[in-house]
Design a protein around this ligand. Structure first.
Ligand SMILES: [Zn+2]
Length: 231
């Protein structure tokens, strides 16, 4: 993942810098996006394209309501269209048209016609929806791929997937652009995950110790009562 270069147009530089700065996004805390993403996953596994589309439409409706932005349209295509029109923010697995407020996501890669994995599909949907938010929530004149943009898209994705967010590490590349340092990002995330697991194992054994102590005290109490009642 690599960011766009800062815009040449001076009028856009402030918006670009702001987009780069905003790294978080309010998130629904009721698990609604997780429930919908699970229905997208099962529709991708066993349903029809129409089922996937319905689940995606629910995703954009619920998200648009949450962010108080006009609902955008969604189209789920079997494969990437051969001719991708101009003025669309075009990605490998989806695009967003700001003038028609339409997201398109495809379930097969363009070249090899391989089925897109659920993780990639959901991440594309979140990515395209963040383009929609850039125009309608943040009011940017354009929707740039800044570090902030990728961070916001990742935040939304992890909320919808029910996975812990990763801290992203960036490396500067020529031309004022940035790319994600995936090895470092994944290394730190793995270490955090191990720490969380170790803490929860330690906590569990502490609980076990507590329970053992309580049982001992209980037995002691019974012993005392018995010895008092039957000296
Ligand atoms: Zn994009």
């Amino acid at each position: 993942m690599i960011t766009d270069a800062p815009p040449r147009n001076a009028n856009h530089r402030e918006g670009f810098a702001e987009s780069d700065r905003i790294k978080t996004l309010d998130l629904p805390q009721d698990g609604s996006l997780l429930a919908i993403s699970q229905s997208i996953e099962s529709a991708m596994r066993t349903g029809t394209t129409a089922d996937v589309r319905r689940a995606c439409a629910e995703f954009v409706t619920i998200s648009s309501d949450f962010y108080k932005v006009p609902a955008c349209g969604i189209r789920v295509l079997a494969a990437r269209p051969l001719r991708v029109r101009e003025h669309w923010a075009t990605e490998l697995f989806g695009d967003y048209n700001p003038s028609s407020m339409l997201i398109r996501v495809w379930m097969k890669t363009a070249v090899r016609k391989e089925i897109t994995s659920f993780g990639t599909f959901l991440s594309t949907l979140c990515h395209e929806f963040c383009h929609h938010l850039d125009y309608h929530k943040f009011g940017f004149a354009d929707s740039w791929h800044t570090r902030g943009f990728y961070e916001r898209a990742a935040t939304l994705y992890h909320n919808a997937r029910g996975t812990p967010p990763k801290k992203l590490f960036w490396v500067a590349v020529p031309g004022g652009r940035w790319r994600i340092d995936w090895p470092r990002t994944n290394r730190v995330a793995d270490r955090q995950m191990k720490d969380i697991k170790a803490t929860s194992v330690a906590r569990r054994s502490e609980l076990n110790d507590d329970r053992k102590n309580q049982e001992c005290l209980f037995q002691l109490q019974i012993f005392r009562e018995r010895t008092l009642t039957f000296p």
